[in-house]
Write a protein that binds this ligand. Structure first.
Ligand SMILES: Cc1cc2nc3c(=O)[nH]c(=O)nc-3n(C[C@H](O)[C@H](O)[C@H](O)COP(=O)(O)OP(=O)(O)OC[C@H]3O[C@@H](n4cnc5c(N)ncnc54)[C@H](O)[C@@H]3O)c2cc1C
Length: 637
């Protein structure tokens, strides 16, 4: 072994030291949630009706608000704790306890409250943040419409300023303008942040957000507001998702969340950002915290599933083998190790990358940084992490279910609920495919500030004229260095080079392909569309590389030698599994010889066997309270 992986692996690793690395900078927030809620099994009874489930989650929300959980992410000036990173970690902890609770809290304090804080100004903060934090004012984040989910710039709801009355008229002009899937809308919501096309006498100004009351104090729909229920869902049935239609609903001028666009009493419109696309892009960028929380929560759910599957794999036996005492423990089979341990390694890698992402989010938003490039980079990283982590959750939870055989299919063993609840994580807070396109766009334009205002054609023109050559040159230099290496398969530096090289090479190839779009008479959309598979692969490759950076950062801050030895092997397993999964690409592009590709597979097997005795420690390290992992299969003798 070379690099970090060379440190000798002790037979027993210090669990507390491992947990300290995993808990990271916000260890105190994680400990506080464990102390406050960790003694109770919070999962609802699966037999409950939708209404009972919703009422239970609403009660828990009030309990969280009373315990101060909600204050973390809001400004101290209005009763909050100014701890953005802490607020994300507390949501991630709720995701271990119950995913409906996590989503309801995310809607109320992350999306709804987050939008009021990020898009509103002083009067909105003063009047609304305290009752939002206390949950006296349950609310909605009403962006998606039946007609448009991913392409939110094309929303159809209108908010037209009436100079005579000094009010906005909020209206759903077509059936497809109906707000759809909106959390908190079907039962509890009183007020909604409604995203609508802003119209004044001077014309249209693009999508803006307004505060629109949807229910009165008695819970009846407000005049002009039609509310319906999305009904039973595949999972997350403790959350009341609903639909909203507005029939010329009037709200005062002050209802406009006006940080990025103001309408004066005389109807004149002003904004610090002139370009309409760029303005909307900037507004969306301020809401990035929701996406970061979904990524982290998907990671928590994956950890819960792995904890159940690994512990079960340690106790379940099948088939005798000569020379063995009794039947073989499942986790002694290489095939079983192959199912769970690379997934565990990637889960660790994503956990550490998430910690980096939360640090970046916290430092960028707390400092009030005006560095637009850093903000674009944060948005791209959040989009990429959300896509990769939620896909990993969906895949891994299924693998964990299979690893527990028939028992994994029983509700009493929690895995079916984890599967059902996390399924939609790949879609909400941005569809994963669309998010990866955002990542690629950021990479291709090198996160330049003004690019936010570009439409697709302008972006292609910018790429072809200005960035394609720089990207290509950078890649050529790297590839040359790469070819002279003849490493051992477990060389940590080589893993980094391979993943970095793939990311750069795919991006450069993509930029060259897109260059054709700039040729006279070219159909730019067709050129772009024909390269969409390449675009997604380039984005994913970059995320894999970013994730490795997160792992290295965690290793660098770890003081315990035994933990470093363990994590070094996990890092190698993460990197080599990623390389193995894409070995066709590495072979096709001359990055691996056939012998090296075979050695990669052999090393993955070897690492699985080395890590197998530590599997329990690795899942114990997540620190998930036993009450939240109350699966029947872990109780049976
Ligand atoms: C349980 C749940 C809760 C939700 N909560 C809220 C909420 O509180 N507030 C809110 O505003 N919204 C909410 N949503 C809506 C959610 O954000 C949207 O469903 C999501 O953004 C996707 O939009 P869509 O459903 O219209 O899918 P579409 O955008 O129609 O996507 C469908 C498919 O088309 C593909 N696709 C789309 N565009 C492209 C493209 N350019 N290139 C290639 N493929 C493409 C996508 O990858 C996807 O596979 C919720 C949804 C659900 C299911």
């Amino acid at each position: 072994m070379s690099g970090t992986a060379m440190v000798e692996l002790p037979t027993k690793v210090d669990l507390e030291a491992l947990r300290a690395v995993l808990d990271g900078r916000w260890a105190s927030v994680r400990a506080e949630v464990r102390d406050r809620l960790g003694q109770r099994r919070l999962h609802p009874d699966p037999e409950w009706s939708t209404e009972r489930h919703r009422a239970y989650i609403t009660d828990l929300m009030h309990e969280l608000a009373r315990g101060g959980h909600s204050a973390l992410g809001f400004t101290a000036e209005h009763g909050g704790a100014d701890d953005i990173g802490g607020s994300v970690h507390s949501i991630q902890m709720l995701a271990y306890a119950d995913l409906s609770l996590m989503v309801k809290a995310g809607v109320q304090w992350g999306l709804f409250g987050g939008a009021v804080q990020a898009l509103g100004t002083e009067a909105h903060h003063r009047d609304y943040l305290p009752p939002i934090m206390s949950f006296e004012l349950p609310g909605c984040f009403a962006m998606t419409e039946t007609g448009h989910g991913s392409n939110v710039a094309a929303l159809e709801t209108t908010a037209t300023y009436d100079e005579g009355s000094g009010e906005f008229v909020v209206h759903s002009p077509t059936p497809s303008a109906r707000k759809d899937y909106i959390g908190n809308a079907a039962r509890d919501g009183r007020l909604a942040v409604v995203f609508a096309q802003l119209i004044t006498q001077a014309g249209r100004h693009g999508v803006h957000a307004l505060l629109v009351p949807i229910r009165d104090a008695e819970g009846r729909p407000c005049p002009g507001v039609t509310i319906s229920d999305c009904g039973r869902k595949a999972g997350l049935n403790g959350v009341d998702n609903g639909r909203l239609m507005f029939d010329s609903v009037r709200v005062p001028r002050a209802a406009l969340l006006d940080r990025y666009g103001q309408v004066a009493a005389d109807g004149s419109y002003t904004s610090p950002i002139e370009n309409e696309h760029r303005r909307f892009f900037t507004m969306l960028g301020t809401l990035v915290r929701g996406r970061v929380s979904v990524a982290g929560s998907a990671a928590s759910a994956t950890q819960s599933a792995l904890a159940i599957a690994v512990r079960y794999g340690q106790r379940r036996r099948q088939f005798e083998a000569p020379g063995r005492d009794g039947e073989v423990v499942l986790l002694d089979y290489l095939a079983h190790q192959r199912k769970l341990l690379p997934a565990l390694a990637k889960t660790y890698a994503l956990h550490f990358a998430q910690e980096q992402l939360v640090r970046l989010l916290h430092d960028t938003q707390t400092g009030g940084s005006s560095d637009e490039t850093a903000q674009r980079e944060l948005e791209a990283l959040a989009a990429g992490m959300k896509a990769v982590t939620t896909w990993h959750a969906t895949h891994t939870i299924q693998v964990c279910r299979e690893s527990c055989g028939g028992a994994g299919y029983l509700t009493e063993n929690l895995l079916p609920q984890l599967k059902a609840d996390t399924d939609v994580f790949t879609t909400f807070e941005g569809d994963n495919t669309v998010l990866l396109q955002l990542v690629a766009k950021g990479l291709l334009t090198e996160y330049r500030d003004h690019v936010g205002g570009f439409d697709t054609l302008e972006m292609i023109k910018f790429i072809t004229e200005q960035v394609v050559d720089t990207i290509a040159e950078r890649t050529a230099a790297r590839s040359l260095a790469q070819r002279f290496r003849d490493p051992e398969p477990d060389d940590a530096e080589w893993h980094r080079e391979l993943l970095a090289d793939r990311a750069e090479h795919q991006l450069a190839g993509l930029a060259r392909r897109l260059r054709r779009a700039g040729a006279p008479g070219a159909d730019a959309f067709a050129v772009f569309n024909d390269a969409q598979d390449h675009l997604l692969a380039a984005a994913r490759a970059h995320v894999d590389h970013w994730v490795l950076d997160g792992f290295d950062a965690a290793l660098a801050r770890c003081p315990d030698e035994g933990v470093v030895a363990l994590l070094g092997r996990l890092r190698a397993l993460y990197a080599l599994s990623a390389i193995e999964a894409d070995r066709g690409w590495f072979l096709e592009h001359g990055r691996l010889t056939t012998a090296q590709a075979k050695a990669v597979t052999a090393t993955v097997n070897e690492l699985c066997q080395q890590l197998r005795p530590h599997a329990d420690t690795l899942v114990d390290g997540f620190g998930i309270p036993d009450a939240w992992l109350d699966a029947e299969i872990l109780r049976a003798p």
